[in-house]
Design a protein around this ligand. Structure first.
Ligand code: ADP
Ligand code: ADP
Length: 216
C-alpha cells in the first residue's frame, strides 16, 4: 500500500502512523522526524531546516522534496510506504506525483484525520516525545508510568520547541492556508478517505485500519 496521512498538527498522524505501518507492514516515512533527527545531529540538512521549523513555517520545497525523493528511492519503500507529514502543500503533492511516476507507481489512498482546532491545541500542549525511541506520549491523554520517562525504552521525554502556544497558532494558520487545500486536491483524484480522529487512540486505529483495508 502507498499511503499518505493528512491532518492538522496534533491530529494524531504520528501516533496512528506507528500502528498503521505495522499493520500493513510498510515503512513509516515521517518528514518531521527526519528533519528533527538532522537538526539534532547538526547535519547540513538540519541547519537548513531549523530556522523554518522553529518559526512553525514549512521548510522550503526544494529541500523537502529532495529529501523525500532520496528516501522513497531506498529499497524498503519499493513495495509500499506510509508518508506522514508530506506532502504539505499542493506543489509538493504535484512533485510527489512525478516522483512516483518515475518509479512507475502511484498513491493508493490518502487518509485524512479529522479533528477540530480546540482538540488539536489540547493535544499539542501536552505532547511529549521520547528522545531515544521517538514514541509519542501525552501528559493527560496517554501518560507514561513515570513523569518524563518513556515506558518503552527508559528514554528522556521532551516537549518540542514548536509546540509552544505562539508557534502552535502559527502552525495551524500554515496548515489552513497551505496544507488543507490537499484535501480537495486528493478528493478530486478520488483517493481521499476521511475518518473521525477523536476519541481513544485505539478506536481511531480501528477506524483507520477499517478505512484502509479496501486498498490493501
Ligand atoms: P506535526 O506532527 O505537528 O504536524 P511535523 O513533525 O510533521 O509536525 O513537522 C514539524 C515541522 O517540520 C513542520 O512545522 C515544518 O517546519 C517541518 N516539516 C515537516 N514536514 C514538512 C514538509 N513536508 N514540508 C515542509 N516542512 C515540513
Ligand atoms: P501529529 O503527528 O498529527 O502532529 P501526534 O501523533 O504527535 O500528532 O499527536 C499529538 C498529541 O496528541 C500527542 O501527545 C499524542 O499522544 C496525542 N494523541 C494522539 N492521538 C490521540 C487521541 N486519539 N486522543 C487523545 N490524544 C491523542
Amino acid at each position: 500500500m502507498r499511503l499518505v496521512l493528512v491532518g492538522p498538527p496534533g491530529a494524531g498522524k504520528g501516533t496512528q502512523a506507528q500502528f498503521i505501518a505495522a499493520q500493513f507492514a510498510i515503512p513509516k516515512i515521517s518528514t518531521g522526524d527526519i528533519f528533527r533527527a538532522n537538526v539534532s545531529q547538526g547535519t547540513e540538512l538540519g541547519i537548513a531546516a531549523k530556522k523554518f521549523m522553529d518559526a512553525g513555517d514549512l521548510v522550503p520545497d526544494e529541500v523537502t522534496n529532495a529529501m523525500v525523493h532520496d528516501r522513497l528511492g531506498e529499497d524498503d519503500a519499493n513495495d509500499g510506504f506510509l508518508l506522514d507529514g508530506f506532502p504539505r502543500n499542493v506543489p509538493q503533492a504535484e512533485t510527489l506525483v512525478d516522483m512516483l511516476a518515475d518509479l512507475s507507481v502511484q498513491l493508493d489512498v490518502v487518509l485524512e484525520l479529522v479533528v477540530d482546532d480546540e482538540e488539536v491545541i489540547r493535544r499539542l500542549s501536552g505532547r511529549r516525545t521520547c528522545r531515544s525511541c521517538g514514541h509519542i506520549w501525552h501528559v493527560d491523554f496517554d501518560p507514561p508510568g513515570r513523569d518524563g520517562i518513556c515506558d518503552h525504552c527508559d528514554g528522556e521525554l521532551f516537549q518540542r520547541d514548536d509546540d509552544k502556544p505562539d508557534t502552535v497558532r502559527h502552525r495551524l494558520e500554515v496548515y489552513a492556508e497551505q496544507t488543507a487545500p490537499l484535501v480537495a486536491f486528493y478528493a478530486e483524484k478520488g483517493i481521499l478517505v476521511g475518518i473521525d480522529a477523536t476519541g481513544p487512540v485505539d478506536d481511531v486505529t480501528e477506524r483507520a485500519i477499517a478505512a484502509l483495508r479496501p486498498f490493501e
